[in-house]
Write a new protein. Structure first.
Length: 425
């Protein structure tokens, strides 16, 4: 036996440890070089780890949810060529195991099973009931996230992957066809589900609790009329949208923030409460809260103050797509100086966003709606939007925060000011 131990590789600058999110193989499986063996998560991203060599898996270095140091023993693989060749022959000719597996009849059936299990007519109950160590259906985190989004109970989905693992294709087939085959009568709901808080979800929980525990938040909510801004946005999209892409409100918000911090540098800062030091930044590295299958991520637009509206829009699309596809690296998910969060059309009238520590402020964008506004003689319909901004009261005074929000309001209500070289004295 030529057993080799493979270490958890370096997955990003400054990352000392990662959490095992999911194993894509089990002991006894045969892998080829570059096959994906597991998914690990840091406090920001999920990374898929490939096999460094082919062979038979003999040992796994931890259970899902466990934390491992970079360089720790991740997996052991028997790289004996004969073992890999035997499985290669089994994969090509599933019938052969009858002649060669008699000494260990319990071990052989799993090897040829995956190929026939992919056939649509397969009804093997073991494929429907496959569970991991926690009792949950075998599926990658991305599949579980997609299922939650679609409202699908994975226990009802038949898996065609190794050991009954539910693949993306299985879930999509179920959504398209399987759900229609289920009974439609009402049934009492009695099940309960215990979901381990691991990976990115646990990192989010820890960061949110840490922020609320350490930062004395206070929030200011201001109403903003966006009639002129929406008219300008519409004209720009009509004239340039076909060639440059459509503009949403967010690039204008980012532009307004980059202008407002010129007069209020206290807002664009980090506070190291252990050292007792506030660091102010001239550059705006805007963190954009983005919802993904894994949970909330905050990709960062570096030097947002130096970008045009369309450059900002393009960077927003690139970063949000990368975050949702789990392609965003640690560099793209760290280094923000001030964060912006928006629920888009789902947004409420007001929110109280949580500051992304060590930042000292966060700007929240709420849903735009048409409201009656008194113009001095009568009520008229106006498109309105609320800003909900939270601040760290240890380093930002209420007066300063109110001035910052008022500046944002004035820039958004008179959007021509966004494109003028102007600064309050």
């Amino acid at each position: 036996m030529a057993e080799r131990t493979f270490k958890l590789p370096d997955i990003g600058e400054g990352i000392a440890e990662a959490e095992i999110a999911d194993w894509l193989v089990k002991v006894g499986d045969i892998v080829q070089e570059d096959d994906l063996i597991c998914e690990v998560t840091t406090d920001k991203a999920t990374v898929e780890i490939p096999a460094s060599a082919g062979g038979r898996v003999t040992w796994l270095g931890g259970e899902p949810g466990e934390t491992m140091a970079i360089g720790g023993d991740l997996i052991r693989i028997d790289t004996d060529d004969a073992a890999a060749d035997d499985v290669g022959r089994e994969a090509k000719a599933p019938e052969e195991p009858d002649a060669v597996h008699s000494p260990e009849p319990v071990e052989s059936p799993p090897a040829p099973q995956p190929a026939p299990s992919r056939a649509p007519q397969s009804t093997a109950p073991s494929m429907l009931g496959a569970r991991d160590a926690t009792g949950n259906p075998l599926a990658a985190p991305s599949v579980r996230g997609r299922a939650r989004e679609a409202g699908v109970d994975l226990r009802r989905v038949r898996g065609t992957g190794p050991a009954g693992r539910i693949l993306h294709s299985d879930l999509e087939d179920f959504i398209a066809h399987g759900a229609a085959m289920q009974g439609t009568g009402p049934e009492p709901r009695t099940a309960t589900t215990e979901i381990p808080v691991t990976g990115v979800r646990r990192a989010i929980a820890e960061r949110m609790a840490d922020a609320k525990r350490h930062i004395p938040h206070f929030s200011i909510i201001e109403e903003v009329e966006v009639e002129a801004l929406e008219e300008l946005r519409g004209r720009l999209n009509d004239r340039f949208g076909a060639d440059r892409g459509k503009l949403t409100l967010l690039p204008f918000i980012i532009r307004a923030v980059s202008e407002a911090i010129l007069d209020h540098p206290e807002i664009n800062a980090h506070f190291d409460d252990e050292a007792g030091v506030v660091t102010r930044y001239e550059a705006l590295h805007a963190g954009i809260a983005t919802q993904t299958y894994q949970g909330l991520m905050v990709p960062v637009i570096e030097h947002a103050e130096a970008l045009s509206l369309w450059e900002t829009a393009a960077e927003l699309r690139r970063l949000s797509d990368a975050a949702r596809a789990r392609r965003a690296g640690p560099k793209e998910l760290t280094g923000s100086t001030l964060s912006i969060t928006s629920l888009g059309p789902l947004g409420a009238i007001a929110t109280t966003p949580i500051i992304n520590r060590p930042e000292v402020a966060i700007v929240g964008i709420n849903k735009m709606s048409v409201r009656p506004v008194w113009n001095g003689g009568k009520f008229v319909p106006r498109r309105m939007m609320n800003l909900s901004c939270s601040f760290d009261h240890r380093v930002v005074d209420g007066w300063v925060a109110a001035e910052f929000v008022a500046k944002l309001k004035s820039l958004l209500e008179v959007p021509a000011m966004l494109f003028m070289e102007y600064r309050d004295e």
